[in-house]
Design a protein around this ligand. Structure first.
Ligand code: UDP
Ligand code: MG
Length: 324
């Protein structure tokens, strides 16, 4: 847990994109939860280019009530970027990211905080159930988390969205990751630290409709797969090896038939097929090799830190001497 040096203890980061329908309920419930917390808290609304009255309502609130803050982005940058903007502005010792539509119940925040006080640095909120979402969304989400879990070498927890609490030191580390295509939950998993989870039932959206149409979901899934797995790159190599291997086997078999003067052998056709499939295989293999270099370049341009330090001890001897 961080030292009690900052004046704000809890920062809530809430991305908002055309959520005027849920704002009255959200603000009422947030007000209750904020007043129950055991320290000063701020709620940062990041307006991701809303075109409805959300901007006006939230700005007015931020001017009136010091617990609320408002950041208006100049256009719709997408959920993950909105979250990042809010986290960059957060001042608290513990930062909680949640959706505006009350699918992430504000009351769960208190459970997240309890786990944080036990000494955990990242507390995920895992969805036990998802109500009011189409069978298609549920099935694709289920598949997405399972596939990602298999493809990625960092343990990205299944059935966990962006609703989580992170400690200040995790946020400081996260801010050293400047990658453009952001998949925040994966980045936090990549960072490590002491992780715990709280389970909750995900309710139906309180009002309004989803701001995640299919194309945004596909983009998020692509960002996750490309940023946290190099399996797609290695695929070409394996395909290339398989095709070349089969072509060679086929070539050997054709030569055997030719040597034994088999009447099934079609002159001209067999040799052409062998050459074509072998060249195809070699082509794929070469693409795969280029892919490996591209993968290295990709890793470099992400400019992630090489490692993240969780604790240090015994480096500053003066500090140790002052401890009674
Ligand atoms: N959101 C956003 N920018 C977007 C899409 C969504 O800031 O481009 C916000 C939205 O207002 C909500 C949260 O991200 O607070 C999650 O979106 P939504 O509830 O529509 O997604 P779903 O729960 O349907 O996956
Ligand atoms: Mg939602």
């Amino acid at each position: 847990m961080a030292a009690n040096s900052r004046s704000i203890r809890y920062s809530l980061v809430i991305p908002v994109f055309n959520e005027e329908a849920v704002l009255p309920v959200l603000l009422r419930r947030l007000d209750l939860v904020l007043s129950r917390l055991d320290g000063p808290a701020e709620a940062i609304f990041v307006d991701d280019g809303s075109s409805d009255s959300s901007s006006i309502v939230l700005q007015a609130l931020a001017r009136r009530d010091p617990r609320f803050r408002y950041i208006g982005l100049s256009r719709n940058f997408g959920h993950q970027v909105a979250i990042t903007a809010g986290m960059d502005a957060a001042e608290g010792e513990a930062i909680i990211v949640m959706d505006a539509d009350l699918q992430d119940p504000p009351e769960v925040i208190e459970q997240l905080i309890a786990k944080w006080k036990e000494g955990n640095d990242v507390v995920h909120a895992r969805r036990l159930s998802r109500e009011g979402e189409s069978p298609f969304k549920r099935a694709t989400a289920h598949l997405f988390y399972r596939l990602l879990g298999r493809m990625s070498s960092v343990g990205i927890p299944a059935d966990v969205g962006d609703f989580r609490l992170i400690d200040r030191k995790v946020l400081d580390a996260l801010r050293q990751m400047p990658e453009q295509d952001r998949f925040v939950r994966g980045m936090i998993a990549w960072l490590g630290f002491r992780q715990a989870e709280v389970a909750f039932h995900r309710l139906e959206r309180a009002a309004g409709e989803t701001k995640y149409p299919l194309f945004k979901m596909v983009r998020l899934a692509m960002n996750a797969a490309l940023g946290f797995s190099d399996l797609p790159l290695r695929l070409a190599i394996w395909c290339g090896l398989t095709v070349s291997g089969l072509a060679l086997l086929y070539g050997g078999w054709v030569i055997l038939l030719w040597l034994s003067n088999d009447s099934h052998l079609v002159t001209g056709w067999s040799s052409t097929m062998v050459v074509v499939s072998l060249l195809c295989g070699i082509n794929m293999l070469m693409t795969g090799i280029v892919g490996l270099y591209v993968g290295r370049i990709h890793a470099e341009v992400k400019r992630r830190p090489l490692y993240v330090v969780q604790t240090r001890a015994g480096f500053d001897r003066n500090e140790a001497a002052t401890v009674p």
